[in-house]
Ligand binder design. Structure first.
Ligand SMILES: [Zn+2]
Ligand SMILES: [Zn+2]
Length: 240
């Protein structure tokens, strides 16, 4: 629905940053209204090594098989940009973007965006970077993978973090590449984050279960914790 809202606004440029290619993260693209709107300039950033690979990885869903429209028929001007983890980019819109590798089957990239002294990071999909009895969650020194992520998140205003599981589900599915709120909180606290947004809720989580989760975290202050909701606008930075 974001795309439908965007096309009612005057701006005709958009940067799309993709983390990885699991279906729950890419299948919105063929239905994103701006790609069907003439005059739009859409820059698509994709984990890949080249412009061709970036185009192929996402464009395969617009090849006439999975969707009737083909990439070359799109009315908008779409350009493709390869992204690697552990790098820094400046978008044409002026945003500074840094990237980090996540702990997810097949890999995924986290993004940190900064502009005007405000910062927001999008960290999904990912499993914890340490076992539950090691690292920041256990109250110990971070291991090397955690150190890298702590540096990436240091002082960030708002962090949207993968918390698909609760602790018990995580122990059952440690290889699935998703985290739990207590780990996200420990990591964000250690990184000096101000606001943690719990995200990537379990697909079959009920509204009641998510309300209970929000209630459980509502008194957290360092960082503040809220749950991501569809259509929500989250203010970022001081005074937010
Ligand atoms: Zn995934
Ligand atoms: Zn996912």
């Amino acid at each position: 629905m974001l795309g439908v809202k965007l096309v009612t606004e005057p701006a005709r440029e958009v940067d799309l940053l993709f983390t990885h290619f699991h279906m729950d993260h890419v299948f919105g693209f063929p239905f994103f209204a701006p790609i069907y709107t003439p005059g739009y300039q859409i820059r698509v950033f994709v984990p890949s090594f080249s412009e061709e690979e970036a185009m192929e990885k996402l464009g395969r869903y617009l090849n006439g098989v999975y969707h009737p429209t083909r990439l070359r028929e799109l009315p908008a001007a779409v350009s493709w940009h390869p992204v690697r983890p552990g790098r820094e980019y400046t978008l044409e819109s002026g945003w500074r973007v840094t990237t980090a590798a996540l702990n997810h089957p097949g890999g995924a990239i986290a993004y940190r965006l900064e502009a005007g002294g405000r910062s927001v990071a999008y960290v999904t999909d990912t499993a914890p970077f340490a076992r539950p009895d090691e690292g920041v969650y256990a109250g110990n020194e971070p291991n090397s993978a955690e150190k890298r992520v702590l540096e990436f998140l240091a002082g960030c205003d708002t962090v949207v973090y993968d918390t698909m599981f609760d602790v018990d589900e995580y122990f059952e599915k440690m290889t699935w590449g998703h985290s739990y709120p207590e780990y996200a909180y420990a990591l964000c606290k250690a990184a000096g984050v101000r606001h943690l947004v719990l995200f990537h809720h379990l697909p079959d989580a009920t509204d009641d279960a998510l309300d209970a989760l929000a209630l459980h975290w509502q008194s957290a202050a360092d960082p503040v914790v809220t749950l991501a909701r569809e259509g929500e606008t989250i203010p970022v930075g001081r005074g937010a």
